[in-house]
Design a protein. Structure first.
Ligand SMILES: Cc1cc2nc3c(=O)[nH]c(=O)nc-3n(C[C@H](O)[C@H](O)[C@H](O)COP(=O)(O)O)c2cc1C
Ligand SMILES: Cc1cc2nc3c(=O)[nH]c(=O)nc-3n(C[C@H](O)[C@H](O)[C@H](O)COP(=O)(O)O)c2cc1C
Ligand SMILES: Cc1cc2nc3c(=O)[nH]c(=O)nc-3n(C[C@H](O)[C@H](O)[C@H](O)COP(=O)(O)O)c2cc1C
Ligand SMILES: Cc1cc2nc3c(=O)[nH]c(=O)nc-3n(C[C@H](O)[C@H](O)[C@H](O)CO)c2cc1C
Ligand code: SF4
Ligand code: SF4
Ligand code: SF4
Ligand code: SF4
Ligand code: FES
Lengths: 219, 445, 283, 340, 196, 230
């Protein structure tokens, strides 16, 4: 079974995670870290990189071992593998910067619970070659990081008037503190989703307007 | 509760207070309407199966003569309202919409229109089944609106004992005053009818429920009744829909008819005072039901009043007779303004169940604009059944009809219209519920 | 350390073992090939049940009328069964009385819904049998197969129509029926009024004059309650001959874009609605 | 002989007087005296705030109606009410640009998002206010003295802050509200000043008597469900009494609780917004009692001196659940309790 | 109220710093399983239950790991043991109480790896809570989760009948709702500790 | 052709043997364990170093002039060097200058602020009997508002020389440390508050008052020990 589902590497393998199946904006996976750590760009970036690292390592390992892991224990194995790499990242960040470690708090360890990673392991890595998997995971990771940055930049910009800690609007800017607070996280993510929905609707309208009769179509 | 109802009068919870608007008609004695040149007798004027015609084209009929027989127990016979000639049995317009079969009779001009047909009986000697059969033979159906055959209502299924006959003299609909006049002018007939009905039911007591805006009717009835006797008068509050049988039972007896059941399940039968008056008049004489009292009122009518109208009179004739010009009115309603239906054609006949004809002017266009529900809660405060019309209306708007039935008790709604009446957003709630019910009924089928 | 690992592994292995449930993966694959319209036209409650029914061999792939034939063929190939055949059914409307040919007697004010209007004394159209033109069928059709034309008469797009029957259920005047596509001879009227009255309400009414019955092969058309009725059991005999002398064009031949009317049919040139009939209170 | 035009319509054919516009117009009328008093009280800054807030709310509503191609619902006055109430709950020195932003958020986020008029799950004015509170906590808790002699000639310095900039400090005008005085300094303001409203506070919350009278007007006209304010005020009073009884030296008197802060305004005009409250009768009582209780708990034990805004929002959030468990018992269904 | 008191720990996890609305744990189910009140409530109960189990197991594991100086295995051990414990419980329920299983069981596998569960375990370890504190903490977190998801479901059910603009339907709407809810919950900030 | 598609036995995977399951998982777990252990061992010194540096930076910040530190534990039985303490207790960081003279001690204090518990480290100089520095260790106060307790220079300046003298009997502070409204500071033991973040500022005052008021009297007998610590 596994053999014939393998996909060749293509640009799409990478791009799919960036946009069409963007884990945050489209699949709505791993929302907790997305909301919790994006009150500044630097945290968002750190979280994105950490997640990407775990994603890459664990899916690569899964892809490597895919033929040796019996079906029955595959989820359990994946979880153990993921947890291992999360622990590794946790210690690495701790060693690199105490500040970021404190800022991200428990959410580094909670990467374990990010369904995106398990989902990739299960849906992609277990059926594809290591190289393809790596490309796909990289796409997903980058997509995830970009999404985090989207949130982080808006929240930092409005919530503190800075970007990466550098003041952008000058001294007299009055920060919107709500952006750094929990409701701000929800609102900003909601606003991004609205924006995408709006863009999609516009595109759809143009498409249907151009294509004319579309024949039988279902809801 | 007891103290409260002592202070406020017997009634049910919630409901609304529309203006009475009965001043134009309630003091005018019942007058007779002339016979129209052509009478239309739909074979189905009652709840149940249509009657089967007994006459053929060109046949001459006498006033009061049976022209159609009941098709089984769940049906009622028809009697010729005039002496004349049968023009045919044709598809004719009715108030409901679809055309149905009707016997059309051309009135014989100049003929004396006395009742020429009767089958008098000694009521004392009849047992209960015979009594019921006699009632069926006179073609009596409920005069309160639903036109449910009276003999069916009075023959209670085995296993149920009726302790109380409730007689409905509330007449809570604005404009209408036919029952009011009947109680004043035909007090004896009403009481006679009640006694017959009690006998048919085996009931030991009867309560006549009358709204407190008709003190003269209450006085007239009480004057004829023995204080200790089995029949009493219950004064209930003027409130719409006090006249609905379920609400009246609640007000008078503090009992509730369980959802999906009928009053007889809790030992009660409800009849309209008009029905009782007809019973008391017709049954001893053995005559058929050929005419009824109809209130004709509304801003479009120059001679409003209560008329004794031969069944089958076309609306066009009736309106013309009461001086309707059509200049400032366009809603022609059979029944009262709260529950009645507008008709699309003046060709429809007055049938056995029509208690009033109300003609109203066109409302301003802006008053009809539908706005979103603002959840003011007035409908919830108004619904006598205790439903949530606001949610029901929203569900209907997104066509979730099953949910309405399963979770929101749609089928308990009896379309009294209180909710629509109070809604400031002009949401056509009752109409929504009718659509929902009709679609749900078909789905089950 | 490894001991701990093995211990956990053991627990997990057992646990996983217990959790294992088999579900045929082909159900998902089939569902992917289906349109997921969940319309029910195939006779089961939705696309997934249909997929299950396909797998069990209870239904043929062609029963899905929404899917393209290509896709159904793919399904058939995947399952290794024959595509099956199923004569396409489309919805047909038995009324031609748009606002330019059929009169209105009373104006209906209220929800824009045929259901609602029909409950108010029939809706106010002169012809009590005819289409009210408020478009419940248009709304209920999930496939955009029904559009009201500018006279308020529903027009079915036979390509889009999947024969789901929703319009049949919703129409309060029971004007829709599902007909095999091969039924080309069609009486677009249900009015049972006698000729004069019918003509007064609508210009395209079937007056039961009997000419179509006379011109058609014996027994194909008969007159019943002031209407022409086609016996589709004899559909093979049907041809456009029957429509030629119809004076109102109530009987049509359905082929190509617009329904074909006979040459004897009165031409309707009016575009705007008929004025409202205004019955005077005179007798 | 005039021709007859027959019209068809479903029953009922009679209609009680009153429309949505009419209700909303009367609410606006009822708010006007409060606005007038606030302008007298705080001067042109308050006036500017009221105007800004109303204009933003109405424009926002109109803009989105345009965008979505719906009929503009501006004419029904509901956005005006939202604007007025938002301004009435803000401090007089609140910068206009922040007020405009809050008004925009209130309408766009809490009303348009949910489908507009009649569908909002939360009180739009309060969502705007809560947004302001969380976004600009300093400006929203900076209070100014009432009745300042220069109030009709001079704007408060912060009022006219350039958009998106930090407002200038208003030290010369600042004062603490009665609630903050109690909470942070342990000072009890006397009930009479509270009753008449000669205290610092939000633009429209200071005069309890005026709010009471205006609310009673609406109740008398049948435009407002009296049960909500009654339940909120009653429950706040009872809760406060219990605490007062437990420790009269620490907790303020129940009268102080009723008359200070935004409780009266909230109970009368904001909790009573029927769109976001339960529709059933018992639900309304539960909702009101809950709001009153939460308001007092947040006041006494929370981080902030005032809790009515959050209490109402929480009440709004719970309204669907409350409504669900308090559906009226339909006639003839099995009885919950025997009719006595 | 003292910050270590059980009452405070409970209230803190349940409302003051609501697990979902203030700490962002368990957002996936909040967005995904809040369509209907009944489902949401079952999901909430099941989650609360799993939180309890995971809190207890985590406390035991932590003691064990600390004893052997194996704290670097904490995360792996937590997730593995919690997952297994939940599955064992699931099987037990399935076996002994089919009605309970039907009500809650179907959610159990879904929940095992959501962050709120792991969050309880990790946070209680970080706070160095005692056994009873951990227990109360997990109960509070569970209550907080139930409150959030049920409120959300109530609001969403009501919205089903609203005229929500097309582009706002779905996740965006849920997020905005969660945002407003979280705004409302800010009213509880500082509850129980800051009166002068 | 039959309309029922056959499901061949091959499509249904045969259950794998338990041994294989356990061994696979065991191997994976083993691998994980090894990986984690090595990373742990590898990062351990870095992390420890990081933490030490962070702590020292904090201690040296609150006790100006200090360059080295020594940890003590204040337990019910008295003050002991951290390594010899018989029971857990409050940590006291003694800070010394380059010459080894005690420059002061650093103590942790905490109290509930607006959002959650605020934890600070403050320095006490026995020579002036005053608090000479304060740094926030942990806070969840509102960014931009409550966090002024660490960012607002004017507020931080309060702790350059905050009077914390003991009363004559040595049982408590001579003057309770309190936070007053911004601009109302009159005495050296008062903290000038922050408008708009009253609650957070008050919390600092409360925690310092409580901590200094309880710990300093207990430390009285041990100053010699602390001084000799270096
Ligand atoms: C389907 C149906 C069956 C009924 N069966 C009985 C019956 O068995 N006994 C009875 O007393 N009334 C029966 N009724 C009559 C109702 O109780 C009621 O009197 C009648 O519908 C008119 O009531 P209304 O004008 O309040 O609608 C029946 C009514 C309906 C619609
Ligand atoms: C909303 C509503 C209002 C009614 N009002 C009256 C009324 O005022 N008077 C009346 O006799 N019947 C009224 N009825 C009909 C009664 O429920 C009941 O059917 C009738 O009294 C039975 O008597 P009958 O069978 O003799 O007509 C009303 C029904 C409904 C649903
Ligand atoms: C979103 C929000 C966050 C807040 N954060 C803090 C805070 O971190 N620290 C604080 O002391 N007060 C905080 N407050 C409380 C208010 O600013 C409070 O009114 C103020 O502390 C009272 O101080 P004042 O008397 O100087 O106005 C916050 C309020 C809100 C609405
Ligand atoms: C008694 C009453 C109170 C109201 N209170 C508010 C309110 O607090 N906030 C608000 O935005 N609208 C209020 N409205 C207006 C209206 O209900 C509101 O604009 C809707 O919430 C918009 O859908 C109120 C209306 C009435 C009748
Ligand atoms: S019409 Fe139905 S829902 Fe409306 S008030 Fe009457 S019974 Fe209630
Ligand atoms: S009366 Fe109308 S506006 Fe008021 S709650 Fe009912 S349906 Fe809504
Ligand atoms: S065909 Fe039926 S449903 Fe369609 S518009 Fe006409 S009446 Fe309405
Ligand atoms: S609703 Fe009618 S027209 Fe539309 S697809 Fe179904 S059968 Fe065809
Ligand atoms: S990421 Fe937290 S529950 Fe999914």
């Amino acid at each position: 079974m596994a053999a014939n589902t393998e996909k060749p590497i293509s640009l799409d393998t990478f791009l799919i995670g960036l946009w069409r199946e963007n884990p945050v904006f489209v699949m709505l996976l791993g929302m907790c870290p997305v909301l919790a750590v994006t009150n500044s760009v630097i945290n968002a970036l750190a979280m994105g990189l950490a997640t990407t690292f775990v994603l890459l390592c664990s899916t690569a390992l899964v892809a490597l071992l895919r033929r040796h892991i019996p079906k029955e224990v595959r989820i359990a194995s994946y979880i153990v593998i993921i947890a291992t790499f999360v622990t590794v990242v946790d210690y690495l960040i701790h060693a690199i910067s105490l500040e970021i470690y404190h800022a991200l708090g428990a959410f580094i360890q909670l990467i374990v619970a990010n369904c995106m990673i398990l989902g990739r392991a299960e849906a992609f890595a277990s059926r594809n070659r290591v190289s393809t998997t790596l490309v796909n995971s990289l796409g997903m990771g980058v997509g995830f990081t970009i999404a985090l940055l989207c949130l982080g930049s808006v929240r930092e910009l409005l919530g503190a008037g800075t970007l990466l800690g550098i003041p952008v609007f000058g001294e007299s800017f009055e920060p919107w503190i709500i952006m750094l607070l929990p409701p701000g996280g929800f609102f900003v993510l909601g606003a991004w989703l609205l924006l995408f929905a709006w863009v999609k609707e516009r595109q759809l309208k143009q498409k249907t307007a151009g294509a004319g009769e579309a024949g039988v179509h279902a809801r | 509760m007891g103290l409260l109802s002592f202070l406020t009068g017997l009634t049910f919870p919630r409901g609304v207070h529309p203006p009475g608007l009965k001043e134009d008609t309630r003091d005018k004695p019942i007058r007779r309407l002339p016979f129209a040149p052509r009478m239309v007798m739909p074979l189905q004027q009652h709840f149940g199966r249509p009657a089967r015609p007994l006459v053929v084209k060109h046949q001459e009929v006498l006033r009061g003569q049976p022209i159609a027989e009941a098709d089984g127990f769940q049906s009622a016979p028809l009697h010729a309202p005039v002496t004349g000639v049968v023009e045919g049995i044709e598809l004719m317009s009715t108030a409901r919409g679809p055309k149905t079969e009707a016997i059309v009779i051309r009135t014989a001009p100049g003929d004396s229109q006395a009742i020429h047909w009767a089958q008098p009986r000694d009521l004392e000697r009849l047992n209960r089944p015979q009594l019921i059969q006699a009632i069926q033979e006179i073609g009596l159906v409920g005069q309160g609106g639903a036109a449910f055959p009276t003999h069916m209502k009075l023959s209670v299924p085995d296993g149920y004992d009726i302790d109380t006959l409730v007689v409905n003299g509330c007449e809570c609909e604005p404009y209408l005053s036919a029952d009011h006049r009947i109680m004043l002018e035909q007090t004896d007939a009403v009481i006679a009818g009640i006694l017959i009905a009690m006998k048919a039911l085996g009931a030991t007591r009867a309560v006549i429920g009358v709204e407190d805006d008709k003190p003269d009717a209450i006085a007239a009835l009480q004057a004829r009744l023995d204080k200790e006797g089995p029949i009493s008068v219950g004064k209930v509050r003027s409130k719409y829909p006090q006249g609905s049988e379920k609400m009246l039972i609640k007000a008078l007896l503090r009992r509730e008819v369980p959802s999906g059941h009928f009053p007889y399940h809790i030992g009660v039968v409800v009849n309209n005072v008009g029905t009782m008056a007809q019973l008391g008049t017709l049954l001893p004489r053995g005559e058929g039901l050929v005419e009824r009292v109809v209130t004709v009122a509304g801003p479009g009518i120059t001679r409003p009043g209560n008329y004794r109208v031969p069944i089958g009179t076309p609306l066009r004739y009736l309106l013309q007779h009461v001086g309707f010009t059509g200049s400032d009115a366009s809603h022609i309603i059979l029944g009262g303004p709260m529950m009645g239906n507008t008709v699309s054609s003046l060709d429809v006949p007055i049938t056995k169940g029509v208690s009033g004809v109300v003609v109203l002017p066109d409302p301003e266009e802006q008053d009809l604009r539908i706005q979103p529900c603002i959840r003011c809660g007035r409908c919830v405060e108004a619904c006598p059944v205790g439903l949530n019309p606001s949610d029901l209306g929203k569900l209907a708007a997104v066509r979730r009809y099953e949910v309405m039935e399963e979770r929101y008790h749609l089928n308990d709604c009896f379309e009294c219209g209180c909710c629509s009446y109070v809604c400031p957003s002009n949401i056509p709630l009752v109409q929504y519920f009718r659509i929902a019910k009709s679609l749900n009924r078909e789905r089950i089928k | 350390m490894a001991g701990l690992g093995i211990l956990l592994a053991g627990i997990l292995a057992i646990a996983n073992r217990r959790l294992y449930v088999f579900e045929d993966p082909r159900i998902d694959q089939l569902e992917d090939l289906l349109p997921r319209a969940n319309c029910g036209a195939c006779g089961v409650a939705g696309c997934r049940p249909f997929a299950e029914a396909l797998l069990e061999g209870r239904l043929e792939p062609a029963r899905c009328t929404v899917n393209s034939t290509d896709m159904n063929q793919q399904i058939a190939d995947m399952l290794g069964v024959a595509l099956g055949s199923h004569e396409r059914q489309v919805a047909r409307l038995a009324c031609a009385g748009g606002s330019h040919v059929a009169a209105t007697r009373a104006r209906y004010q209220g929800l824009k819904s045929c259901r609602a209007a029909a409950l108010v004394s029939g809706g106010g159209k002169g012809c009590t049998w005819g289409c009210l033109g408020l478009g419940d069928c248009e709304v209920v059709c999930d496939f955009d197969a029904i559009r009201l034309d500018r006279h308020g008469l529903p027009v079915v797009d036979p390509v889009r129509c999947t024969g789901c029957g929703d319009c049949v259920d919703v129409c309060p005047k029971d004007l829709f029926s599902l007909q095999p596509e091969s039924h080309r001879l069609w009486v677009a009227c249900l009015n049972q009024d006698p000729q004069d009255e019918a003509m007064a309400h609508c210009q395209v009414v079937c007056t039961a004059c009997g000419r179509c019955a006379a011109d058609a092969p014996e027994g194909l058309i008969r007159m019943e309650s002031n209407l022409a009725v086609i016996d589709y059991a004899k559909n093979a005999l049907a041809s456009p001959v029957a429509i030629q002398r119809c004076p109102t064009g109530a009987i049509v031949w359905l082929e190509g874009q617009a329904p074909l009317k006979g040459s004897g049919a009165r031409k309707v040139t009016r575009k705007e609605p008929l004025p409202r009939m205004e019955p005077l209170p005179r007798v | 002989m005039t021709p007859l035009k027959i019209e068809l319509k479903t029953s009922p054919h009679l209609k009680q007087a009153g429309s949505v516009e009419q209700i909303m117009r009367h609410v606006t009328y009822a708010l006007l005296p409060i606005c007038a008093f606030s302008v007298y009280h705080f001067g042109i800054s308050a006036l500017a705030l009221l105007i800004t807030s109303v204009v933003t709310c109405v424009l926002t509503e109109h803009l989105f109606a345009k965008l979505s191609g719906k009929r503009s619902s501006v004419s029904d006055f509901s956005a005006v009410i939202t604007g007025l109430l938002l301004a009435l709950t803000l401090p007089p020195s609140f910068p206009l640009w922040m007020a405009a932003l809050s008004g925009f958020i209130g309408i766009a986020l809490a009303k348009v998002m949910f489908g507009g008029m009649g569908y909002n799950l939360f009180n739009p004015a309060l969502v705007g206010r809560a947004f302001a509170q969380a976004a600009f906590p300093v400006s929203v808790s900076t209070w100014t003295v009432p009745g300042h002699p220069d109030r009709f000639t001079e704007f408060l310095p912060s009022t006219l802050a350039m958009p998106f900039t930090t407002p200038a400090p208003v030290d010369a005008w600042t004062a603490a509200t009665p609630l903050a005085q109690w909470k942070f300094e342990g000072i009890h303001v006397d009930a009479w000043s509270l009753f008449t409203g000669m205290t610092p506070g939000s633009v429209g919350e200071t005069s309890a008597i005026l709010i009471l009278v205006c609310g009673l007007y609406l109740i008398a006209r049948g435009m407002m469900n009296w049960r909500i304010p009654a339940a909120v005020l009653g429950s706040a009073f009872v809760t406060a009494s219990v605490f007062y009884w437990m420790d009269p030296t620490f907790y303020p008197t129940p009268w102080f609780v009723l008359l200070s802060g935004g409780l009266m305004l909230g109970a009368m005009f904001m909790a009573s917004d029927m769109v976001a409250s339960p529709i059933t009768r018992s639900g309304i009582w539960i909702y009101g009692i809950l709001i009153g209780f939460l308001a007092v708990i947040i006041r006494f034990f929370g981080g902030l001196p005032e809790g009515i805004m959050y209490a109402i929002l929480l009440g709004n959030a719970m309204a669907p659940l409350i409504e669900r468990v308090t559906q009226p018992r339909p006639y003839g269904s099995r009885k919950r309790r025997d009719a006595a | 109220m003292h910050a270590d008191s059980l009452t405070y720990i409970f209230l803190n996890a349940a409302i003051i710093n609501n697990f979902v609305l203030a700490l962002f744990l368990g957002i996936c189910p909040l967005l995904g399983v809040s369509g209907k009140i009944s489902t949401a409530f079952s999901m909430g109960l099941a989650t609360a239950f799993v939180m309890l189990i995971s809190s207890v197991s985590a406390w035991l594991i932590n003691e064990f790991l600390l004893h052997f100086n194996l704290e670097f295995l904490r995360l792996i051990a937590y997730i593995a043991v919690i997952a297994s414990a939940v599955q064992l419980v699931e099987m037990t329920i399935k076996r002994f109480s089919p009605p309970l299983y039907r009500a809650l069981g179907i959610f159990l596998p879904l929940i095992t790896t959501n962050c709120a569960i792991l969050g309880v375990a990790l946070f209680q370890t970080n706070y160095e809570y005692s056994f009873s504190q951990s227990l109360v903490y997990s109960l509070g977190a569970g209550a907080g989760f139930i409150i959030a998801i049920v409120l959300m479901a109530g609001l969403r059910e009501k919205l089903e009948l609203a005229d929500v603009p097309a582009i706002a339907r779905g996740a965006a709407m849920s997020l905005m709702l969660a945002g407003i809810l979280s705004l409302a919950f800010m009213g509880f900030a500082g509850l129980g500790g800051s009166t002068a | 052709m039959s309309t029922t598609p056959q499901t061949t036995a091959a499509e249904r995977p045969a259950p794998t043997s338990s041994f294989k399951l356990v061994s696979t998982l065991g191997l994976i777990a083993l691998f994980s364990g090894l990986l984690v252990v090595s990373v742990f061992e590898f990062t351990k010194p870095y992390i420890a170093e990081n933490q030490r540096r962070a702590l020292e930076a904090a201690v040296f910040r609150v006790v100006p002039g200090a360059v080295s530190r020594q940890d003590f534990l204040l337990t019910a039985q008295g003050l002991f060097p951290a390594a010899e303490a018989p029971a857990p207790g409050q940590r006291v960081f003694a800070a010394y200058d380059a010459e080894g003279n005690l420059r002061g001690i650093a103590l942790q204090a905490s109290a509930r602020g607006y959002a959650d518990v605020i934890r600070v480290l403050y320095g006490y100089d026995p020579s002036c009997q005053c608090i000479v520095g304060m740094t926030v260790l942990e806070t969840r106060e509102t960014p931009g508002l409550g966090d002024k307790i660490e960012t607002d220079a004017r507020f931080v300046a309060n702790f350059e020389r905050l009077d914390a003298r003991l009363n004559p009997t040595g049982t408590g502070l001579a003057n309770a440390i309190v936070t007053v409204k911004q601009g109302d500071k009159e005495h050296p033991w008062q903290i000038d508050g922050i408008t708009g973040a009253t609650i957070s500022a008050n919390a600092i005052g409360r925690m310092l008052n409580e901590s200094a008021g309880t710990v300093l009297p207990q430390l009285a007998p041990y100053w010699a020990l602390l001084e000799g610590g270096a």
